[in-house]
Design a protein around this ligand. Structure first.
Ligand code: AMP
Length: 283
């Protein structure tokens, strides 16, 4: 039978549990999530279990990373389902604070992330990474993990948080984990549940498009032309809008248009009706 995870909802109780583990010299890994867990999230938990003695999964739909026009109110929530999934992989602790515990009355400090947060997602969701950096800074200070595991699915988030951890000398290591995909290539995402049957059929062409760009760029093709062709393909396949499709330096996220030996990443955000999907691949 699987072990039931302990659910904690107050910072005070969390600190008590963490102190007990620290007293017995246990290493701790944190996996931050917004719930609606799928196999991608569970792959992070499994990786965390390999790397640390104790695993904390946070479930918190963070209001401060959504703009008023975005999908906060319809973001999928299923705590019972999430707990079942986490119990099945023997998670030690689920940190699931209410909004009032995370942002009590009078809360007014915000982390302003650096240069890597400005383009790509930052251009289309200007408040997003400030909210992400602020909540992750709080999660790191609440849980005090040795490491935190993040998916490469949100590649820019990983880069922005690495910069924050470095710039603020936060005493933990960030670990990036590969993107889990459906058989047809679509990256697993809590937002995939928004897709209609018809949109779901179209969605895998997002991964196909960026994989095609990555292949062409690695073969020395013209970068701008490869990007333009991929954007065109997405629209002809039924995507309604492409927010961005860029080839960037994998570490700095500076867009690249001329060939280079540096590691590169192709990143995309595009709309299928009312649903915005993001994805990325290494070149
Ligand atoms: P979210 O709940 O969407 O905020 O995601 C929580 C964590 O899971 C983040 O580090 C994501 O990058 C990661 N994640 C989301 N989807 C996937 C996926 N398909 N494969 C691997 N990790 C993922």
């Amino acid at each position: 039978m699987s072990k039931s995870a302990k659910i904690i909802r107050s910072v005070k109780d969390l600190r008590k549990q963490i102190a007990k583990w620290r007293a017995s010299e246990k290493s701790i890994a944190l996996v931050p999530t917004m719930g609606a867990l799928h196999d991608g999230h569970i792959s992070l938990v499994k990786l965390a279990k390999k790397k640390a003695d104790r695993v904390v999964v946070s479930i918190f739909v963070n209001p401060s990373q959504f703009a008023p026009t975005e999908d906060l109110s319809r973001y999928p929530r299923d705590e019972t389902g999430d707990l079942n999934r986490l119990n099945a992989v023997e998670t030690d602790l689920v940190w699931a604070p209410d909004v009032s515990e995370m942002y009590p009355d009078g809360f007014s400090t915000r982390v302003t992330p650096g240069t890597t947060s400005q383009n790509l997602e930052g251009e289309f969701r200007p408040h997003h990474f400030g909210g992400v950096a602020t909540v992750c800074c709080k999660l790191f200070s609440q849980v005090t993990p040795d490491m935190a595991i993040f998916g490469e699915k949100d590649y820019q988030q990983l880069v922005v948080l690495r910069q924050m951890v470095c710039d603020l000398n936060l005493p933990l290591t960030l670990v990036g984990a590969p993107t889990r995909r459906e058989k047809d290539g679509l990256a697993l995402s809590s937002r995939n549940t928004y897709l209609s049957v018809q949109e779901r059929d179209i969605a895998p062409s997002l991964y196909a498009a960026i994989s095609d760009v990555a292949d062409k760029v690695s073969e020395g093709a013209d970068i701008s032309a490869s990007i333009a062709a991929a954007k065109q393909k997405l629209i002809s396949n039924g995507f309604t809008k492409v927010d961005y499709l860029e080839v960037c330096d994998a570490d700095t996220l500076v867009p690249i248009v001329t060939p280079t030996d540096r590691p590169l990443r192709v990143l995309v955000a595009a709309w299928l009706g009312k649903t915005r999907l993001i994805d990325n691949v290494a070149v």
